[in-house]
Design a protein around this ligand. Sequence first.
Ligand code: ZN
Length: 500
Amino acid sequence: MAKHIIAAKIKHETNGFNRVPTTLEHFRSHELLVGDAVIPYYQGTRLEMGAFIDSAAEFGWTLQVPVSAFANPSGVVADAAFESMCGLLVDGLRMQPRIDGVLLALHGAMFTESHGDAEGELLARVRGAIGPDVPVAVTLDPHANLTQRMVDHANIITSFRTSPHTDHYETGRRAAWLLHETMEGRLHPRMVLARRPQLQGFDGARTYVQGGPMLKALELARAAEREPGVACVSIQAGFSRCDIAELGPTVVVTTDGVEPRGQQIAESLMDFCWKTRAVYSDPLVSIAQAVAAAIAHTPGTPPLILGDYGDAPGGGSYGDSTRLLSALLDAGVRNGALAAIYDPVTAQQALQAGVGATIHVALGGISDTGLMGEPIRTSARVRSLSDTGDVVFKGPYGTGSRRSFGPSACLDIDGFAVIVSSRNLGIYDLEQFRIYGIDPAQCAVVVVKCMQGHHAAFDPIGSKTLDVDTGGLTSADLTRFTFSRVPRPVWPLDAMPDTV
Ligand SMILES: [Zn+2]
């Protein structure tokens, strides 16, 4: 008899320092699919849900997906949004006459008005609906904050092994395979978790820099998986831009039955994480250094890529910082392109004026001028427009992901092409420029609002990539933020002994 599997995706990476709450409308504007709409949407994609669908075909499962929800990282999730998404999942589980297994694609850093550990709450409700015996396999982002409650209510947890994340599909297939082995009675998963008092570690999960601590940790994890009885070793660097009790890097080991070696492996990897906590394999540069590099760029050579690390919508920042763009414009840098400034009013102004029109704008600097800079007041020519800003990722990061800038425009400001959006989006893919008629490879300087994800698609077209600490909501300097719920002492906020 075919196994009956329920799958779902509910993903949010919550930046607890972002002042704008995330509502259900926010999810709806990015992705909120229900029931029969989900499988056709994801069939054939290189994402976790695409992998769940392919695994169902391979293993002869029947598959139902009650909900698939995603919103760009942003502020604390409203209770009503969380209840609505959880309700779709839990109701979908309760109405099944039989369930053999559950597959969930989560991010693992969701924070709601009532639940600091929203995934722990979600998994507890899933467990309540299906009972103690149905196995639950979960995929996470390596920037997940993994909690004991999540471990208690799931059976298998496995994270992406790349950052920039290019293995969504492989991770989905791995979770499905481990679930299959469990349902066939060949694996009896038991998970153990380890952590240290640190907000950051494993080099922020970076795998794009050779020789970095994350690559070394992953190598050790793969070696551990070759030991008998060890099914999966998963490493999370954590997401430190929120203020919850269980924050920071973790290792979770899944063994076949109770296996003391599991905890030893987890602890030894966390010892490594503690020892390498200060290693930052891709040091950030200042705005002044970025501007100097832009001025020094040789015309006709591949572009200089600048990552606006401090204002990364992919880490929950507002996307409206003007600090880097202002400095580049003031320095007279030309033939540049930037994606994207979140500014719905200016986008609408450009749409109303039409292509070719010159408009006077007060661009960006909307949410928090102290943190993100003042609006840029200038005249701009409307280069191109899009009513929807719809984009499908074609590069290596999240291949096949569908995103939307909403009604949007590309403005020309003194020879600098600036994409202006009405939905705040992280920049990961060359298509995010191309839909506006811009080929980033032909520019001298390309600015992308992103922390790490841009390295996959943009490094290959550039001469050099520099990531710039522009001091926004995703600044690398955690001492700029106020933490009240994190147990103290904790690194790097407090003085700590060499061993913990
Ligand atoms: Zn991530």
